[in-house]
Write a protein that binds this ligand. Structure first.
Ligand code: 5GP
Length: 229
């Protein structure tokens, strides 16, 4: 088949656009997802391998660079062997991380640091920040959203009841985050439950902002959602 000049140009433009859409902008990412998880929903899964004591509050999963086109750069240069012993994060910040960002799962000698190291290597390295700046921002942004209180003040609480998606959306409408569900079995039935809430944080990591469109529910189906106790 012979392509004329216009066809070649069209193919080149389409290829370039799909390349740009699939990767990222010149800065590598446009915003972060600050991912908060509901420990009960992580740990009521088969083979979850969770520690015995599960916090009764939302904890941090991570802060992930994202592009506007849906990309998620990962595993950039700058990995660490162990965040806590690296000397790259000060003690005050490590203390806040121990409180707000526990590893819910069983691990080796220092399970929390093992989880942070996984998150740094996979996501944090693509933030173009030094570990100290990145981790400080994660804990500060997470602390700035009092998520459980926000839900409670809208009468949404972890009591194993089912909540309407519209009510969850209304409670979180300052942020328009992404609500992610997983499945749980109880009393011979399967329910969708609140698993994670993903907030949008601006590129410099300095402010939680609205995600700019209506709250998205992911893997939640169309029905009511359980908030597990
Ligand atoms: P990502 O690797 O993209 O940061 O997140 C997904 C993974 O994180 C999943 O495999 C999930 O099981 C894991 N995860 C979620 N919460 C925890 C936790 O508290 N500790 C550990 N070690 N992994 C977790």
């Amino acid at each position: 088949m012979k392509l004329n000049g216009a066809a070649v140009a069209t193919v080149a433009v389409v290829t370039l656009l799909s390349f740009l859409a699939g990767t990222s902008n010149a800065q590598g990412y446009d915003f972060f997802y600050l991912v908060m998880q509901w420990p009960r929903a992580v740990c009521n899964q088969p083979r979850s391998n969770c520690r015995a004591a599960v916090p009764q509050t939302f904890t941090i999963h991570g802060m992930w660079p994202q592009t506007n086109s849906g990309g998620s750069p990962q595993n950039c240069p700058g990995s660490l062997r162990d965040v806590r012993s690296s000397g790259r994060v000060d003690r005050t910040t490590l203390g806040a991380m121990d409180r707000q960002w526990p590893n819910l799962k069983r691990g080796g000698r220092d399970p929390n640091s093992q989880f942070w190291t996984h998150e740094w290597n996979k996501h944090g390295t693509c933030s173009r920040m030094q570990p100290q700046d990145y981790f400080r921002r994660v804990v500060d942004r997470a602390a700035s959203v009092d998520l459980l209180r926000l839900l409670r003040s809208n009468r949404i609480q972890p009591d194993n009841r089912l909540y309407r998606q519209a009510d969850i959306e209304a409670a979180l409408n300052v942020y328009d985050p992404v609500v992610k569900c997983n499945d749980v079995r109880s009393g011979g039935r399967s329910y969708k439950q609140i698993h994670e809430i993903r907030f949008c944080v601006q590129r410099d990591g300095n402010r939680v902002v609205s995600c700019g469109r209506r709250t998205q529910f992911r893997s939640c189906g169309n029905g009511d959602i359980r908030f597990s106790r």
